[in-house]
Ligand binder design. Structure first.
Ligand code: T4K
Length: 406
């Protein structure tokens, strides 16, 4: 059946007439959102720790089971504020297999990100490699729960304790994911979430810092608002990291549909897993046994030799069908500027990261992807692999043609 499925890369019409995105925003109950926005306009209170931001913080605090939540205008500023508040300086150990913001938040404050390799199964920091990178200048470790996969918190926190380092997490992908039976958010000194439009729950732009340390939260609240302790009184170096009321209204509205978002992701994840698992050379990333996941990223590892086509060729095939698969997080942060220039040798200690950067793709999921769409995506991938030689030749000629057009 799959072998007969026509393919756009071989000249057929694309399966999808409209592009199917990775990261299409989940929109909750629109009427409820507009009601909230009207209320905000009626109150004429648009930002600066208004009632919607406070309600969103309370909602998040309860949901994640943490003592304190500091909502922010995005995840990157949340990381910057947290890194400064816990006193990171000098060198900080961080994965390179992450979105560039994790490292930029350090470098922006002239802290050197020291790139560490990840575990090939979970794609999170490999504790055995972390310890090798500690120097007298190291002040902390930033773990990333990539794709919502929890870091090995026990091992990382033991290392941090042994070497007197601060341990924080970038949990941007991880809302609703559990670790050791608890929702992520309360591990280490603090954790950061992102509510960017592309995240499972979005506030248009937004983020939050979650912690059980009340004094740290107090300090970060000041830092989020220019350091204002009270009117006219600035007691701290601060920035502007405030979340707006409209963003918080979007977040509260999203919370009302969070289970629907999770259900759509889970359904798509199961279709991808069932459809692709038996093909050699393909691995659909799975959440840890017994834990909950938001399944917000459908992550496929492609072993080109076993599968018959490379990750890049499959991305090309899918793009032709209007399925905009992404090569997250290619080429690896260590191969992006300024890190590539500052640390040209970084790749030498990152063999797993380097391999993942050429083998991982994410395919569309979320509420915008129906079950039938997910089944079609499976069929496209399997058909392409079935006709690998023909497809590889078409990828080559079409790749060359588009290079000439550019
Ligand atoms: N740490 C980690 C581990 C992160 O993944 C991120 C963000 C951060 C920190 C920083 O958090 P924030 O400061 O962003 O809160 C996207 C997002 O912009 C970024 O937030 C996210 N990670 C990253 C994984 O993905 P791009 O460069 O891929 O975005 P873009 O514009 O290509 O959009 C992705 C897809 O989504 C496109 O196919 C179009 C679609 N899309 C996008 C937007 C914004 C829509 O359909 N509608 C939209 O409104 O980075």
């Amino acid at each position: 059946m799959h072998s007969n499925h026509p393919l756009a890369i071989l000249g057929a019409a694309p399966v999808f007439t409209e592009p199917l995105h990775v990261g299409r925003p989940n929109i909750g109950n629109r009427a409820r959102l507009l009601e909230r926005i009207n209320d905000i306009l009626d109150r004429c209170w648009l930002t600066n720790n208004g009632p919607y931001v406070q309600a969103f913080e309370r909602r998040l605090q309860k949901y994640c089971g943490v003592a304190e939540v500091v909502a922010t205008c995005n995840g990157t500023i949340a990381l910057e504020i947290l890194m400064r508040a816990v006193g990171l300086k000098g060198e900080v150990i961080v994965p390179s297999f992450t979105f560039v913001a994790t490292a930029h938040a350090l470098q922006w404050q002239e802290i050197k990100p020291v790139f560490c390799d990840v575990d090939p199964i979970t794609h999170t920091l490999d504790p055995a490699r972390v310890e090798e990178l500690i120097t007298p200048n190291t002040t902390g470790i930033v773990g990333v729960h990539l794709w919502g996969q929890p870091c090995d918190t026990d091992a990382l926190e033991a290392i941090a304790k042994r070497h007197n380092l601060r341990m924080i997490y970038d949990a941007s992908h991880a809302l609703g994911c559990t670790h050791q039976g608890k929702r992520l958010g309360g591990f280490g000194a603090a954790e950061v979430l992102s509510f960017h439009a592309t995240k499972v729950l979005n506030t248009f732009e937004g983020g939050a810092i979650l912690t059980n340390d009340r004094a740290l939260a107090e300090q970060m609240r000041l830092m989020r608002n220019f350091g204002f302790e009270s009117k006219d009184q600035v007691t701290f170096l601060g920035s502007n990291g405030k979340m707006s009321e409209v963003s918080a209204a979007m977040g509260l509205t999203g919370f009302g549909s969070l289970d629907d978002f999770f259900d759509a992701n889970l359904r798509n994840h199961e279709i991808y897993t069932d459809g692709l698992r038996s093909h050699p050379g393909l691995r659909v990333l799975q959440a840890p046994e017994g834990e909950q996941s938001n399944h917000h990223y459908a992550v496929i590892e492609v072993n080109a030799e076993e599968a018959g086509l490379s990750r890049d060729q499959l991305v090309q095939v899918l793009e032709k069908e209007n399925v905009l698969a992404r090569r997250y997080f290619y080429p690896g942060v260590h191969r992006m500027e300024p890190y590539r220039s500052y640390q040209p040798q970084a790749h030498l200690v990152l063999p797993v990261t380097e391999a993942l950067c050429t083998s991982v793709m994410t395919i569309p999921t979320g509420q915008g992807v129906e079950a039938a769409d997910a089944h079609s995506i499976v069929k496209i991938i399997l058909s392409a692999l079935h006709r690998a030689e023909e497809v590889a030749a078409a990828c080559r000629t079409q790749g060359e043609a588009s290079a000439i057009e550019e």
